[in-house]
Each structure stands twice: as structure tokens, then as C-alpha cells.
Design a protein around this ligand. Sequence first.
Ligand code: CTP
Length: 401
Amino acid sequence: MSIAQRRILLAVTGGIAAYKACELVRRLRDLDAHVRVVMTEGATHFVTATTFQALSGEPVRISLWDEHGEAAMGHIELAKWAERILIAPASADTIARLANGFANDLLSTVCLASAAPVYVAPAMNQQMWAHPAVQANMETLRRRGVIQLGPDSGDQACGDIGSGRMLEALELREAMVASFVDERLRDLKVVVTAGPTYEDIDPVRFIGNRSSGKMGFAVAEAAAYAGAEVTLIAGPVGLATPPRVARRIDVRSAAQMHDAVLEATAQADIYIGAAAVGDYRPATVAGQKLKKRDGKGLTLELSENPDILADLSQRSPKPFLLGFAAETHDVAVYAQDKLKRKGLDMIAANQVGGGLGFEAEDNALSLFWPGGEEALPRASKRTLAQQLIVKLAERYRAQRG
Ligand code: CTP
């Protein structure tokens, strides 16, 4: 599972690396995580609460004695709200106070009152980090189950060179993501297709469709976070390969996608067909650019492409098959029909248009499987992909154990 919709309490303490915590909030929000920021008094000398409030979209808490803050979400509620507590940067003072179980400010109190795993990203001068007092405090925390992230070594803001530099925002985010990786699809091989296909007419023109590939890429990412070994077969899209995806194969046409899928699924447990595969291709591809035929019009003859899902459903043994259906009307009727006609185990249907579906950031899905259905209401594609994978894993386990 990725960190979409996960609740991360970021505690920022007094150190120059607090500026990197701003970037960290952005990067966590990129993945749809909910982030609330708690600052120590010391941290406010480096970065303002307004900065974190703007970046997280949530009120920032600093003091235990803030009446407004306590009335909105008290420190105990905040402690219960958090699924992870990440202290970044963690100063020598904060590490010492946590090691000794202090509860004399908001951060230390929340840490004591929370059952969430605590992650500490130390950031301080190399001489301070090497000091036996700091090392002993850190050792105490580690023994108690606190997870230490970094520090890195290299140039320091103070001019020294050595160990004590806070990890970069993306490294800290990856640690948060890894902390949520679950076992739902552990050890399963999953093949995902995504994006459109392009069917060439001549060397410069093609027939394509408006699929952006975002939903399929989000599904591949969510499957990988659920522990699967993912092969992503992508049509022409300008998207980066999601983290943790084991293999990516780029194709252009439906025929190429068909061949790549058949090969990749030979050993696969699950196939997810999120690509918008072109149903037809020009019967012949012109070797040279077609010239305009003044006023005469042009008729293209099209041949039908192979149906990837239908072919897979003829296999024995066949992988668990999840298809997608993008429809402009009568979504449920068409989706149920495709479920049966293509011999699928599950189908995810969406309405195209009205700010949803192709080229959009948000989507909404209706899931159908033999004997059941469930609606996943409008959300970002990443959030939906995560919910879809939870449901898929449930159906897969119910069917195959
Ligand atoms: N699909 C496929 N091979 C094709 C066409 C579609 O595997 N040649 C898969 C898609 O990846 C998707 C599902 O079939 O998972 C449904 O695609 P869609 O285009 O909605 O279905 P079609 O069978 O093409 O039906 P229609 O275009 O008539 O709606």
C-alpha cells in the first residue's frame, strides 16, 4: 500500500535542516498523504508555522498551551490521529528529551501519548552527533523501537564535513512509503498495462486515444507497494516509472502490446488491463506519407486488433483477470457484459466525461465481479488505485487462497 490517505505527523525541531522539512511536506503531499506539522519553539527560529500550514493545508501546532489548537484537535487526539510520527530534523535536544521520556512540550507529549511508530531523522553538527551523550540517547530510543533514519555524511551547513546531515526529503519520504508496504500481494507476479495504443497510418500519422496512462501507472504503483513483483507494459505516455515497479516494457501498437502481454503473463498470477487498447488498426500502413488528394476525401480500411483480455481468458491455467471499462453511458450494463463476455474475474468501470476519466486527475470506479459489486467514489487516481488493489487482493485470495 502506498501512503495515499495515510496520516503522518511531521515533527520539526530546531535546526537549520528545518528548511528541508518544507520540501518533505510537499513530497509527501504529492503522494496524497495527510500531513500535520508540529513544531518545537526552536524550529520557529528557522522556518515559520505559516510556511508549513500553507504546504500541508492543515493548521500547525507549536505549543501545548494553545487554547485554539487544543479546542480544534487536542494533543491526545493528535497523538491518536497519527499513523506515523516522523521527527525531521531531530535535534540533539529533542533526542535527549525523548530518551528521557519528558512531556514538557507538545512534541514530547504527543510522542508519549501515541501508539504510532516513531521515526527520527537526526540533524546536527558532526561533533555533536559523535558525542557519547547523543549516541547513548539514540541507542536508548532504538532499543525502544524508534526507527533511526540517517544521518548522512558530507558537507554541513556550519562548514564542517562529517556525519550528522539530515537525509534528503525524497529519502525520508521513501522511508515513510516503505513503512506502509503491506503483504496483500506479496510474492505475486502482476502484469499491468497502461496508456493508449497508437496505430500507424503512415510514417507521421496514427490513430490513438485520449488515455493518459495515469490510472494504469497508479495501479502498477499500488500493486508494487502491496508487495507484488510488477511488470508494467505501457503504451506511448510521458510518465515516469513508479517506484518499486520491477520492470517496464514500452510498446506502441495494440499488436505489440498483445505480444508483450502474452509473453509477460506466462508466469503471472494477476493481469490488470488498464490500457485503452485500440480496437482497430489501418489494414495497411503506408510506407510513405500520404499526400492530400484535393477534394477527393480519404477512406481508411481498418482491421480488428486481437483482444488481449479475451485471449488471456482462453489460457489454462489463466491469471486472475482484472479488466477496465471506460464508458460514456450505461456504465454498469456495459461493464457487466464485458465481465461475462471476456471471462474476467473482476472489472473496474468508469464514466468518461464531466471531469472524470481520460486526461483527468480524478476518477470514480464501479467494481463488478461475479456475484458482487462495490462503488469507489470520486478521488485521485492514486487513492482509487490503492483501494482497487485492496479489493483485488481480497477477491484473489477468496478465489485462489
Ligand atoms: N482490451 C483488450 N484488448 C483489446 C481491447 C480492449 O485487452 N483489443 C481490454 C482493455 O484493456 C480493458 C477492457 O478490455 O481492460 C475493456 O476495454 P474496452 O475498450 O472498454 O472494451 P472493448 O472490448 O473494446 O469494448 P467497446 O470498445 O465496444 O466498449
